[in-house]
Design a binder for this molecule. Structure first.
Ligand code: DON
Length: 323
């Protein structure tokens, strides 16, 4: 035990040369100590089959190093983590710097649960931000207009960046969500009633469910998310988006990526991050690394208890955050 403490302290002395394996080990230990806290999502019935005690975590550095602990190579349902990629791709495909997109969706924290309907009426069908379900539906709609295959665009990007050709939508999860998708259907119809969807509601919902139901591992997600740590540059060295756009995506992740717990997440973790009800959280250390943690038990806001704890431990021990 004492030996381990010494290692951790050595790993974090200056924040410049981090000992990622030691940090990951410490983060895993903290996450595993949360066993029993939180609940696996079951409002999408097929998600309830996840092993509540699973835990994995991975880091991909901007220099191409890759580290992982626990179940870091096990695929899980990425759910709302996919919204980070749909937003990035919609912006990358936009020819106007995203101006049209940002007219259809705001970029302010909602202070409401991710599936809330209440703000949409008073705000005339313009969702608060791209990460609550309402906003993500608008982003999926615009990505569909821009590419003709919104979920395919997300899937292809994830496959390309992760180098994992097997990465795919889990059709059982997608069908389960569609079958129980009354809230998302209500949101989409309400947005459409305000003229803020360009495609048929059914098309938007199908693509939204399909990108949420992608199964990917912490390994896949850190590689796919590392363009945000490289200020917009993909794993093959080509640019997906400008440095300024990458800053904007990171800013919206920080303020809105964990819903009505975004303040608490910034307070504890201090990184831009996106959570999903499958229990994954993908976070960004700009200029340094992408980090993903996964554990299926969720807190009240729909964020993974184990993943938040692991990321909190990592940034606290290393002293590395955006602050
Ligand atoms: O639309 C939904 O409810 C899910 N497909 C995604 C929600 C989600 O992951 C929220 N994140 N914590």
């Amino acid at each position: 035990m004492i030996v381990k403490r010494v290692h951790v302290e050595e790993a974090v002395i200056d924040g410049e040369s981090l000992d990622w394996p030691v940090l990951l080990e410490a983060a895993e230990a903290a996450a595993r100590a949360t066993t029993g806290r939180g609940r696996v999502a079951d409002y999408i019935p097929a998600l309830a089959t996840a092993d509540p005690e699973a835990f994995g975590m991975a880091v991909a550095t901007v220099d191409g190093e890759l580290y992982g602990v626990g179940d870091w190579e096990q695929p899980f349902s990425i759910q709302s983590v996919s919204k980070l990629f749909s937003l990035a791709l919609a912006l990358a495909h936009s020819r106007d710097g995203g101006d049209a997109l940002w007219r259809g969706v705001g970029r302010e924290p909602s202070g409401n649960p991710f599936n809330s309907l209440v703000q949409l009426e008073t705000e005339h069908g313009i969702p608060r931000n791209p990460f609550i379900n309402a906003g993500a539906l608008v982003v999926t709609d615009r990505l569909q207009s821009l590419t003709g295959d919104a979920s395919g665009a997300v899937r292809e990007f994830l496959r390309h960046e992760s180098g994992n050709p097997l990465l795919d939508t889990d059709p059982v999860i997608a069908a389960s969500e569609a079958e129980h998708g009354h809230r998302n259907a209500a949101l989409a119809h309400f947005i459409a009633s305000h003229g803020n969807l360009e495609n048929p509601v059914e098309t938007v919902l199908d693509h939204y469910y399909a990108h949420c139901a992608v199964a990917a591992s912490c390994r896949d997600l850190v590689l796919a998310g590392s363009f945000l740590a490289r200020y917009g540059v993909r794993t093959d060295g080509t640019r997906l988006m400008s440095r300024s756009e990458a800053k904007r995506v990171n800013a919206v992740l920080l303020t809105c990526g964990t819903y009505d717990a975004a303040g608490e997440f910034a307070f504890r973790v201090g990184l831009p991050g996106k959570s999903g009800v499958g229990g994954g959280i993908l976070a960004v250390l700009p200029g340094r690394a992408a980090v993903c943690a996964w554990g299926p038990r969720l807190d009240q806001a729909g964020n993974s208890v184990a993943a938040v704890t692991a990321l909190d431990t990592l940034t606290t021990l290393s002293g590395c955050s955006v602050f």
